[in-house]
Ligand binder design. Structure first.
Ligand code: 5GP
Length: 120
């Protein structure tokens, strides 16, 4: 799938629509999810144009990959959810339920998060 620069996170990166920023680094931006699924729900995205986890894993530089992973850890620390624990998740493609076609990692915390997936 080709990257569509009109997706909502690309607009956030360009400053065309606002976000509640939590953290920014050379290659990553973190902001609160607009429709939180937990007490703490932050999205961490690369600044580069990557559609999905798969796209990022294949095309991003080592610096970009390291920066994104470190950004997730830095946000967890900043929001003080390390001691109690948290969950990191990325939806990819149709089966993953990905809605926004710009790679993003969800960071959930601030409460017990329950089972990883609902069992069928
Ligand atoms: P996905 O289903 O693609 O993994 O997750 C997309 C997430 O982006 C959803 O949790 C949704 O609430 C969030 N989201 C969608 N539009 C916006 C927006 O304009 N601003 C913010 N901050 N989050 C958004």
């Amino acid at each position: 799938m080709a990257y569509n620069p009109e997706n909502i996170f690309a607009k956030i990166l360009r400053g065309e629509i606002p976000c509640k920023k939590v953290y920014e680094s050379a290659h990553a931006l973190a902001f609160y999810d607009i429709n939180p699924a937990a007490k703490v729900h932050v999205l961490v995205i690369p600044k580069g144009a990557y559609v999905s986890f798969q796209d990022f894993s294949e095309k991003a530089s080592s610096d970009e990959i390291a920066d994104l992973i470190r950004a997730v850890g830095a946000v967890a620390k900043q929001l003080d959810i390390v001691a109690d624990g948290y969950r990191v998740l990325s939806n990819a493609g149709a089966n993953g339920g990905q809605e926004v076609p710009h790679f993003h990692v969800h960071l959930f915390g601030g409460q017990r998060l329950g089972a990883m997936l609902a069992r069928a």
